[in-house]
Design a protein around this ligand. Structure first.
Ligand SMILES: [Zn+2]
Length: 253
């Protein structure tokens, strides 16, 4: 019996980490913080304290940073992940509630940025919305970053602007991971990585699987032609979903 107690103490805290509910109506327990910087990445706007995620997300971002630096790409800028306990943000996006969503900016950082610069760094929009084309800022290093991010078994899907999906289709043809790259408006200065529910987390609610195929054909054409959709996809009122019981009282209503 005594031996058992010791064994419990030795188990890693990650065992109790939990994503609870859905990506847009949930919370998280025993989240980990992503360090402010590491090989291949910097956290930006850390004063918002949205750098907490499930251990799978923290490890995924650190692994991706390593791959980014090994590929000789500039360090990536990691924006919002989730709040320590998850739940809906007071402002901004609807999801990011369970520690399994993260935003990665498409712009590169200045060399050796100061902490103050990382707090106030401005986003760079990769889409010229008037002419509906990608700008000259969208280059091969952005394509490589998105490709590296998608080629990880932990990734469920990645949201990018439809024009960016189109660029990825043109560069990477029939690569099977293209199916994970999903067009969605509002993702022209950053892309959004969503991980699958970690194995064994019974309270994590998965999203319907992405459709088969690369998504580069008719579906993408529909998005590209939906200019009205893009125009109406502006900021929305704060999102206040009904949370699972386990999250009530754990996160701010
Ligand atoms: Zn996001």
């Amino acid at each position: 019996m005594v031996k058992w107690c010791w064994l419990l103490l030795l188990l890693p805290g990650a065992l109790w980490a939990q994503a609870i509910g859905g990506y847009s109506a949930g919370c998280q327990m025993n989240a980990q913080a992503l360090p402010g910087s590491g090989p291949g990445f910097y956290v930006i706007r850390s004063e918002r304290q949205r750098y907490y995620g499930q251990p799978q997300m923290i490890h995924y971002l650190q692994d991706l940073g390593l791959r980014v630096s090994q590929a000789g790409l500039p360090p990536m800028l990691v924006g919002d992940i989730a709040m320590q306990r998850g739940g809906p943000f007071a402002y901004g996006h609807r999801s990011h509630q369970t520690g399994l969503d993260a935003d990665i900016w498409l712009r590169s950082p200045p060399d050796n940025p100061l902490p103050r610069q990382l707090e106030t760094i401005a986003a760079v929009d990769m889409v010229d919305h008037r002419h509906y084309v990608l700008t000259a800022d969208f280059q091969d290093k952005q394509r490589q970053l998105i490709a590296l991010a998608a080629q990880d078994h932990r990734v469920d899907r990645i949201f990018v602007h439809p024009l960016i999906k189109q660029a990825m289709c043109r560069s990477y043809g029939e690569s099977p991971w293209l199916r994970k790259i999903r067009p969605w408006f509002g993702h022209s200065s950053h892309f959004h990585v969503r991980l699958s529910c970690p194995r064994g987390q019974a309270h994590c609610q998965p999203q319907a699987p992405v459709p088969a195929g690369t998504g580069c054909g008719a579906e993408l054409a529909g998005w590209i032609n939906d200019r009205a959709g893009e125009i109406t996809a502006g900021p929305r009122a704060p999102w206040r979903p009904v949370l699972p019981k386990a999250c009530v009282g754990w996160v701010k209503p």
